[in-house]
Design a protein around this ligand. Structure first.
Ligand code: AMP
Length: 585
């Protein structure tokens, strides 16, 4: 693998990206940068979002432009205002040690400022199509000296109805120029644009067409329609550190789900087309800076969202098109990270999962909506992490310490810890005591279909879980390594904190158990057992979900910990704004 220097990036850009922290080029950069630097041909790159595309075209572009030429030399078109601003910010960072003037031109913001920037000698313009046309018509921008046009997320631009605008913009540019087009998918309309406006483009496919990113785990949960919302909350509750985008089908759904989540004490907000540009900006800026933990969005509003570190994309409803699924799920697992795309479906929708699997060439895992035990366990782990990470206010607490110590002097360390932790944990357990199992029992359904394997497999307990660093796929790999049973023969994996369950073919059960004899993982003896967690598998971890729905109903109010805790926000990166209400996260 080559370094950025070996790819041909110059010293000043190298210094800038080193400051940003780019060490190794991503695959799309590896392939695109040397090609684009040669500047021999137009370029058509099929690459997912979040793969480092911006630098893949941005770095060569900066090398190829002339700082001393004070005219518009490069135009980058992007589908959304957010992406447009992001690209211009990235360009500012990449060119920190150069001398370029960059203007971002997009709708919903003051035109005067943008006009000033253009007239001030902008050499690079990043733009959304609508506003650019406006400015061309007002004769503020002259594209006659353009040498490079980049069409970023071209398929998204077409989806958003910008085809005519793009064609019009291109008609204002000189014939002698390079066009670089990036797209996550290759619909016929893109091919048509390529045929019409590009000359003999060099085509590069990074990842397969229409394929979802490799490092995304796809999970689906089968629930009754009436339990959709409660299931969403369980998923959120079982992942206390989640940083998620929830996709809804309509603006109304997005608004309603967000309102309900807020009412239920979650740190959530909505993003959809009925909000003003100002409101959307505000929501996005809170999400970007992680003041907001859960963004509930429609497909259109979420296009081009390029926030790193999104841990989960949750699809409250499946999209109508499989291609939208790839776009949605691509909002996680950016920049080489991994992520989870979780889908809630009812029984009638299970067939769609298979269609999407085929389309994106990825496998979905049937997952169980977390039950009481799992939620409590995860919240407990979060509490322990909080205790470990808490900043002690030495001065503030000092005067109380002697009497506190005195009161607690009789307790042994272990007992003390148990009691402290129980204060919170009992509350979790109490709340979830009667929480119903929200999973549809497809094994006993006449439409079993997708769940058949799961029902057929033998359930095996193993005393390793997420606390040991396992997730669904690494557990499958590990089980395969030890037992020789292929990862994809394991129909279902449930990862818990300190243990997991695997569903394996019944006839292979003896072999599986046998193969773990004497197995040690990171110094710990590995135990496997058929069936449920053996008693004593850790703190009463037998499954308790589905304990009936006696007493109060959890449907409307599935909130375990609507607490008065004021400090429980792991995602707050800076001081809370005055209006920022204290939330449960
Ligand atoms: P993009 O696909 O351009 O939106 O990039 C996705 C994310 O990856 C952005 O946060 C970039 O800053 C980051 N990124 C791009 N290239 C690299 C690299 N070579 N090393 C580390 N991070 C990168």
């Amino acid at each position: 693998m080559s370094s950025f220097r070996e790819l041909g990036v110059g010293d000043r850009v190298l210094k800038a990206i080193e400051e940003i922290g780019f060490e190794t080029p991503t695959p799309v950069q590896q392939q695109a940068i040397p090609l684009l630097l040669q500047n021999q041909q137009d370029f058509l790159g099929l690459a997912q979002t979040g793969t480092g595309k911006t630098a893949a075209f941005g770095l060569p572009l900066l090398e190829l432009l002339d700082e001393n030429l004070h005219s518009v030399q490069a135009l980058v078109l992007a589908p959304t205002r957010e992406l447009c601003v992001q690209i211009s910010k990235d360009f500012e960072s990449f060119s920190k040690f150069m001398n370029f003037k960059i203007a971002a031109v997009y709708g919903g913001a003051s035109m005067e400022k943008q006009i000033r920037e253009i007239k001030g000698g902008a050499q690079i313009i990043t733009a959304t199509p609508g506003r650019l046309i406006d400015l061309i018509e007002r004769k503020v921008i002259n594209l006659k000296s353009i040498r490079f046009v980049v069409l970023d997320e071209a398929d998204e631009m077409l989806n958003m109805g910008f085809q005519d605008d793009i064609e019009e913009i291109l008609s204002h540019t000189p014939g002698e120029k390079r066009v670089w087009l990036f797209s996550a998918t290759m619909p016929v309309e893109i091919r048509r644009i390529a045929d019409r406006y590009m000359q003999n483009p060099h085509e590069l496919t990074i990842g397969r067409r229409n394929e979802a990113a490799q490092n995304i785990e796809h999970h689906y949960y089968i629930v009754n329609e009436r339990d959709r919302y409660a299931a969403l909350k369980r998923i959120l509750d079982a992942a206390p550190e989640i940083f998620a985008i929830v996709f809804a089908r309509t603006k109304h759904d997005a608004q309603k789900i967000a309102e309900n989540l807020i009412k239920d004490g979650y740190n959530a907000d909505s993003l959809h087309g009925d909000l003003s540009q100002q409101q959307r900006d505000k929501v996005m800026s809170r999400f970007r800076s992680r003041l907001l933990q859960i963004l509930v969005a429609t497909d259109v509003a979420a296009r081009g969202i390029d926030v790193d570190d999104v841990t989960h994309v949750i699809q409250y409803h499946l999209p109508d098109e499989a291609e939208s699924y790839a776009h949605r799920s691509g909002r996680t697992a950016r920049a080489g990270k991994s992520g989870i795309s979780a889908v809630l479906v009812n029984r009638q929708e299970m067939g769609k999962i298979r269609q999407i699997e085929k389309k994106i060439n990825a496998k979905f895992h049937l997952s169980k909506v977390p039950g009481a035990v799992e939620v409590c366990e995860q919240q407990l782990m979060k509490l322990i992490k909080k205790i470990k990470d808490v900043k002690v206010n030495e001065a503030g607490i000092a005067k109380y310490l002697p009497s506190v110590m005195d009161e607690l002097a009789m307790l042994e360390k272990e007992e003390l810890i148990t009691r402290m932790v129980s204060i919170e944990f009992n509350r979790f357990l109490d709340y979830y005591r009667h929480a119903p199992d929200l999973n549809v029992d497809i094994a006993h359904s006449d439409k079993a279909g997708a769940g058949k394997n799961y029902a057929d497999g033998a359930k095996v307990f193993i005393n390793l879980g997420s606390m040991d660093g396992f997730n669904d796929s690494s557990m499958r790999k590990y089980a395969e390594e030890v037992s020789g049973i292929k990862a994809d023969e394991i129909s279902h994996v449930i990862i818990k904190g300190v243990y997991s369950f695997l569903h394996i073919p019944v006839q292979k059960l003896p072999l599986f158990i046998e193969s773990f004899t004497g197995e040690v993982y990171k110094g710990r003896k590995v135990r496997v057992d058929s069936g449920n967690a053996p008693s004593g598998a850790g703190g009463g971890r037998g499954r308790r979900e589905g304990g009936g729905n006696k007493g109060r109903s959890f449907r409307q109010d599935d909130r375990p910990f609507r607490s008065s805790r004021q400090d429980d926000r792991p995602f707050r990166s800076s001081k809370p704004g005055k209006k920022e209400k204290m939330k449960r996260w």
